[in-house]
Design a protein around this ligand. Structure first.
Ligand SMILES: [Zn+2]
Ligand SMILES: [Zn+2]
Length: 345
């Protein structure tokens, strides 16, 4: 098969690699029909995730057709169309038993990280019964690629952890794909206002079309002051951090109204200054997390019913064998006006 191999920091190639095979009876091998690139893949390419070793196939999102299943797989058979979750889960370890699939003893985020991933013609998916979802007939498969990672991540770690409720004022700092996923799914709960914060004016325009009521094109103290002014000096009920750098976390901790929730979604590579000297008296809650994907079946229904349309996040499409060009476009997001790219075989 052909696959995108990580070659060490800054290096990747679309090249020949041996086809994956069933290694355990609970495995499936899936032929990829659509996949995408994640901000996390760019972190890996920068060398920020040293657990990823040269020769690894990247990618943890995608949909495809089951090619082969192990003898213990009960829910899927050859020819079934499936959504691949970015989180692999055995379903029976103590963490899986409490729906914390992200910390499965024999899974979690392993695809395109500790085992070969989905940016390939074929992928081996361990614990197939728990880690794959059947695709209902007639579904828009491109839309479902957004359910592998970004929609559940924005929803579970941003919206649910942030306890977005009716009438709330929500600020989402970062209008990339994850921030947009939080924007789309926050609307399930009818917040009064959603303030989108970014430095990219184009992304903020897109955010307005997706339901943002207000936008702030600023960073640091300027962003804090504008949000305070918009909220009559009160601040917000929920701040969702969707970037993962100290500056954006700092904006979030400085715009919280008493009783507010700060939901961190961003992947941080550096420590942040946590201003407990201001926060301790404010009755605020700070949450963090890696997606569990336990909301994937529910999100599938909202996509099926048209309540949410994640295809709006797709800005570029490429054939799978042009993945290197897709990486170039994805990593030049501001110039290319990129949110999510879709690669199809
Ligand atoms: Zn991802
Ligand atoms: Zn488990």
């Amino acid at each position: 098969m052909k696959a995108l191999l990580y070659g060490g920091p800054g290096q990747k190639t679309w090249t020949e690699k041996a086809d994956p095979v069933i290694e355990k009876p609970t495995d499936a091998v899936v032929r990829i029909t659509h996949t995408t690139i994640c901000g996390t893949d760019l972190h890996i390419l920068k060398g920020d995730v040293p657990a990823v070793t040269p020769g690894r196939v990247l990618g943890h999102e995608g949909v495809g057709v089951v090619e082969q299943v192990g003898s213990a797989v009960r829910n899927f058979k050859k020819g079934d169309r499936v959504l691949i979750s970015c989180i692999t889960s055995c379903g029976s370890c103590p963490n899986c038993k409490r729906q914390m699939y992200s910390h499965c003893d024999d899974g979690g985020w392993i695809l395109g990280h500790l085992i070969d991933g989905t940016q390939a013609e074929l992928v081996r998916t361990p614990h197939a019964d728990n880690s794959l979802y059947p695709i209902p007939a007639g579904s828009d498969e491109e839309a479902l690629v957004m359910l592998s990672d970004i929609l559940p991540t924005g929803f579970e770690i941003g919206v649910l952890n942030g306890q977005v409720g009716p009438g709330d004022v929500v600020a989402i700092v970062g209008a990339g794909p994850i921030g947009m996923a939080a924007l789309l799914t926050a609307q399930f709960y009818s917040p009064a206002r959603i303030i989108m914060v970014d430095l990219d004016a184009n992304r903020l325009e897109v955010a307005k079309k997706f339901g943002a009521t207000d936008t702030v094109c600023a960073s640091g103290n300027q962003a804090v002051e504008q949000i305070k002014a918009m909220t009559g000096g009160l601040g917000v009920d929920v701040a969702i951090e969707a970037v993962g750098i100290p500056a954006t976390f700092d904006v979030c901790q400085n715009i919280l109204a008493p009783g507010a929730r700060l939901a961190n979604v961003g992947v941080h590579g550096k420590s942040v200054d946590l201003h407990m000297e201001n926060l301790w008296i404010q009755n605020v809650t700070i949450s963090t997390g890696l997606v569990n994907t336990n909301t994937t079946p529910m999100l599938l229904k909202t996509v099926q019913s048209g309540k949410v349309d994640p295809t709006r996040l797709i800005t570029h499409r490429f054939p799978l064998n042009q993945i290197e060009e897709a990486y170039r476009v994805f990593s030049n997001a501001a110039q290319e006006k990129t949110l999510k790219v879709i690669l199809s075989s």
